[in-house]
Design a protein around this ligand. Sequence first.
Ligand SMILES: [Zn+2]
Length: 258
Amino acid sequence: MPTVESLETRLAALAQSPRLRARIFAHVTYSDAHFPLWVFEWGDSSLPVVIIQAGVHGDESGGIEAALRLLETLAEGASPLRQHRLIVIPCANPSGFADKTRVNRAGQDINRQFHADMTQESAAIRRLLAPQAAAVVIELHTDSHTPGFYLFELRQKGQGSLGQVILAKLTKRGYPVEQEPFFGGYTGERGLFAPNAEELTEFQGRVPGRTLVEWVMAQGVPRAYSLEAPTLETSERSAAMHVTALFALFEALEGLAS
Ligand SMILES: [Zn+2]
């Protein structure tokens, strides 16, 4: 499980990689401390971009670990995408990560604050990502209430589903996939929740605010995913599930693009 010290060490090491373009795009400031927000870019800047955000909930270290592993794999020379580039925000809530809390140090849950500049973190991320015409946006979460992996897939009309491809890869690798067919009023199938426009509007009428993926869908991004790995005793296995899911999604996206 990454600690604050190991996170800083690993980010600093990644920033030295000639294969990645790294920068601190904002600092979030609290009365007693300030924290950097890092972004890493990989791949040819002319290609369509896949955006990945981890750690918007500071206590979900499995997603942060997965983003670090992905970046470390890229730094070692892996090339999982040929027709897309990547933008990765490995830790969107660094104060919450330091405090081991879901919320940031001001007590705000950043996750549903992407509809406006409601928190320092979401405001900085909105500024960073607004100019990007993303092909896909992915959030990495963990959920302590479920034994299996599940995901939300949001698609514009005409975009085919890739959700079951991701879940099939997880099953093949021996990872558990959620079987409960419900979430927040959505019905799903074997770990896939893919609300249509009507269901999403109904959900958003009941639940205030917008997540990153909901915000980008309103901007016209073709597809977006919230990946939810079960929170396990260590973040290692949660991270391994996320990495498996990401690589399955990358493969499917490349298939669509070719
Ligand atoms: Zn979360």
